[in-house]
Design a protein around this ligand. Structure first.
Ligand code: BTN
Length: 320
């Protein structure tokens, strides 16, 4: 057994409520696990969890997927740790359908614009889905479609007030709950291969590393969520959407977006490559850009934004 296998083994035992004897070997492993973000306490009998942790399980995730969805999955792997699931999944070749990677933790989780994505052990969802696209139609909508699918899935599980902050941040009660990082590569044999990476804060209680306003499902409800159930629901929804992306009904999609749009009508601050300005968000345009009304060269204009960092002005909502 290598060191990480030993750690994973002990992590699973702790999640199954075993108390881990405090001997020198276990102490070393428990300290590593604590450094990765799992909350353990040392009692007279040994190390144990401070809060319940439901570990990720491939069987649990698959047991809730339909036979049709399973048939479209080439491989679903659950691992203990990787640098980044988006990076690691590119080692897997996609012969058909989808390859899926889920990790208990990431050492170098990455976000949009080279931001770091906090990925403590055993608390959240770090998921990457990889597939080839036969037809490039609508692929620029993939990040937006992913965000809408996630929000709708969460809403079905009772998290009714989640929203999307353009282009694809998942928001709950004015705070960031999750993010999406879509990457693609081209190969003349298989065409475009897409990796959709999703980070969702599920059972995280605290985190000193994050420098923006964030939340988790636990922090909003005081409930510990089973990540396996959420993962099955999200995977079912995403695979269903990705299968039909080339036939996307754009009009219906724009309506779905409008119902979830966090920015709509708000005063926003926009940081585009070389310029910074303010405006009012007017929703999504038919090609996936953010429509804004703003003053440019002393004129009020409507403008489409394709890539920018957008934040809500403080007087409209009390947060970033
Ligand atoms: C963002 O909001 O900046 C996007 C965050 C995306 C994070 C996820 S976690 C799973 C996958 N692996 C990564 O390294 N990043 C994505």
């Amino acid at each position: 057994m290598n060191n990480l296998d030993e750690e994973y083994d002990l992590f699973k035992k702790i999640c199954n409520n075993h108390v881990i004897e405090n001997n020198p070997e276990n102490k070393l492993i428990c300290e590593k696990i604590i450094n990765k973000g799992l909350k353990l306490k040392l009692t007279d009998s040994g190390y144990c969890l401070t809060n319940d942790v439901i570990k990720l399980s491939k069987d649990q995730i698959e047991s809730k997927l339909s036979a049709e969805t399973i048939a479209l999955i080439q491989e679903l792997e659950v691992i203990y740790e990787t640098d980044s699931t988006n990076k690691c999944i590119t080692d897997k070749k996609v012969d058909f359908g989808y390859t899926i990677l889920v990790a208990e933790s990431q050492t170098h989780g990455s976000g949009r614009r080279q931001n770091k994505w906090a990925s403590p052990l055993g608390e959240n969802i770090y998921l990457s889905v990889q597939f080839n696209v036969k037809n490039n139609n609508n692929i620029h909508f993939l990040p937006l479609i992913t965000a809408v699918s996630i929000c709708k899935t969460l809403q079905k599980s009772g998290i009714v007030d989640c929203q999307i902050k353009w282009p694809n941040d998942i928001y709950l009660k004015n705070k960031k709950l999750g993010g999406i990082l879509v990457e693609s590569r081209y190969n003349s044999e298989s065409g475009h291969t897409i990796v959709v990476g999703i980070g969702l804060n599920i059972n995280m209680h605290t985190n000193q590393e994050i420098d923006q306003s964030w939340t988790s499902l636990f922090n909003e409800s005081n409930n510990i969520y089973d990540r396996n159930t959420i993962l099955s629901d999200i995977l079912s929804a995403l695979i269903n959407q990705f299968e039909h992306v080339s036939e996307l009904d754009t009009q219906q999609f724009l309506l779905d977006w409008k119902a979830l749009d966090y920015l709509n009508g708000l005063k926003i601050h926009i940081v585009e490559d070389d310029q910074t300005y303010s405006g009012r968000a007017l929703g999504l345009s038919g090609d996936g850009a953010l429509l804004v009304e703003c003053m440019l060269d002393d004129q009020m204009v409507k403008k489409k934004i394709y890539s920018a960092d957008v934040s809500v002005k403080k007087n409209d909502k009390q947060i970033k």
